[in-house]
Design a protein around this ligand. Sequence first.
Ligand SMILES: *Cc1c(COP(=O)(O)O)cnc(C)c1O
Length: 386
Amino acid sequence: MIPYARQSIDQSDIDAVIEVLQSDFLTQGPQVPLFEEALCKHSNSRFSLALNSGTSALHLACLALSVGPGDTLWTSPITYVASANCAFYCGADVDFVDIDPISFNISVVELRKKLRIARKNHSLPKVLVAVHMAGNPCVMQEIKILSDEFGFKIIEDASHALGGVYKNEPIGSCRYSDITVYSFHPVKIITTAEGGAALTNDSDLYQDMALRRSHGITRDESLMHGEKHGPWHYQQIELGYNYRMTEIQAALGISQLKRLSEFMRSRAHIVKRYSELLKGLPLRLPEPLEGSSSAWHLYIVRLMKNESKLSHLQLFHALHEQGVIVNLHYMPIYLQPYFNSRLKTPIDCPEADSYYSEAISLPMFASMTDQEVETVAEVLHKILRV
Ligand SMILES: *Cc1c(COP(=O)(O)O)cnc(C)c1O
């Protein structure tokens, strides 16, 4: 059986975790700041906060940008539900911008159209969550121009895109956004089991997220109300959470981040093999975008239904029967029952609907062997050959 994704853990990762288990600190020790330093170094961002999940990072990002009741967050419908749920956590609403059919990212043409209408209706978004779908960078420079014109903030959801590059800068640099979020779930590019991070170049946003990561509590005398009573004294000055990452996770993260270029090389190699081996099938293969390089979290093909003897659903069943565990990222999230009940405006995303009827995520992970890639291609040829 070939899964659609799996983590890659080697002896150096295992050793790093064991070392922490034998040390004095399992949480709130030296590893988390070291991991944060490594993330800043990788991404060229000024600040980074390691957190217990990508979802927590999205929540803190929304709070730091003052998302609240009466506000609306816009995002792509083709993403994981967490990209939008962060708005609901803050009492805000969600609306969707249709995707571009080639990149599967938010369409800038649709975004511009929707913003013009929203300005007339006084319903502009507070925040846009730009999702780098499958690891493919969004056209951030164009989105940033729109954010300046229409006055919304930008969160990059880079859960898929650690290792991706946009205009010669790593995804995570926050050059065109307020905050960037990574996820380190085992299916993602690097893993800390559960885990995530928020990156920013803005020290106020950083301080706000840092405070809320740990209950809104501070020991910094300059932030305290009145005099410090003694060395034991801390104050809660905000409502916060426990969104901390453990030392065990941070050590694993440091070790995994050292392997990032190895992961990027093997993912790029798999993409090259797939594009050679899948020629001639009724599948539209992903296209590399100009001026950026994808982290290749997912390898998504689209079934050309008119040229295929199997339907989309039949193809999933046939591949699973042959042990090729393909997946679909994602059902448009406005079709989720919970969203259906919370959305305030009618949804008009024909490209997302058509994507959902054609998309297939083929197996893709750093430790995938040439043999496994060839098996996936052979099975596809066998099933789809006319
Ligand atoms: C995985 C993922 C998240 C959430 O990350 P967790 O670390 O699992 O909380 C958010 N957005 C996208 C696009 C994701 O793929």
